[in-house]
Design a protein around this ligand. Structure first.
Ligand code: AR6
Length: 168
């Protein structure tokens, strides 16, 4: 069975061991997918996030999922797009890599990613998809602990980009 899947929809509804949040440095909630995850998980998620001391860009931290179907939330902070010559691609790669590493450390078998940085942070969607897919494929080829990675696409443009690259 394919280890990588593309699903269109709301990541807060996904039944996976972990969903990834495209958060910001303070980890105290925000708009976009971050806001949706906090709303669906309930206020206990914010309370746990308040104990984490924030998160540098490219790093990842884990919490419980509370009212979400997912057992865990992995919070990562994507780069803000600033023209492309400011380490944006390397930082985005770190988001995917560090989220997967944290997943393995927590015995997570299925993990769902949103399209990190492609909303408020304005990372071009096609470039971001290539970074996401290449990083995940490389990780899976070197590490057998993760069974399934789901790319959750929220808009038609990202759905077409991911389906095109992955041929699905
Ligand atoms: N499920 C799946 N994907 C979603 C959902 C959802 N419910 N809602 C939005 N998306 P963004 P960023 C998609 O802006 O660019 C927040 O305020 C959305 O269409 O959520 O990394 C944070 O607090 C887009 O493709 O995250 C930070 O301050 C993708 O998720 C900042 O935005 C990411 O868009 C982070 O910006």
């Amino acid at each position: 069975m394919e280890k990588i899947r593309v699903v269109k929809g709301d990541i807060t509804r996904i039944e996976a061991d972990a969903i990834v949040n495209a958060a910001n440095n303070p980890l105290l909630g925000g708009g976009g997918v971050d806001g949706a995850i906090h709303r669906a998980a309930g206020k206990e998620l914010l309370m746990e996030c308040e104990t984490l001391g924030g998160c540098p860009t490219g790093e990842a931290k884990i919490t419980k999922g509370y009212k979400l179907p997912a057992k865990y939330v992995i919070h990562t902070v994507g780069p803000i797009w600033n023209g492309g010559n400011n380490n944006e691609a390397a930082l985005l790669e770190k988001c995917y890599f560090n989220s997967l590493k944290l997943a393995v450390e927590n015995n997570i078998k299925t993990i769902a990613f949103p399209n990190i940085s492609t909303g408020v942070y304005r990372f071009p969607k096609d470039k971001a998809a290539r970074v996401a897919i290449n990083t995940v494929k490389k990780f899976l080829s070197e590490n057998s602990a993760i069974n399934t990675v789901i790319f959750v696409v929220f808009d038609d443009e990202n759905r077409d980009i991911y389906s095109g690259i992955l041929n699905c």
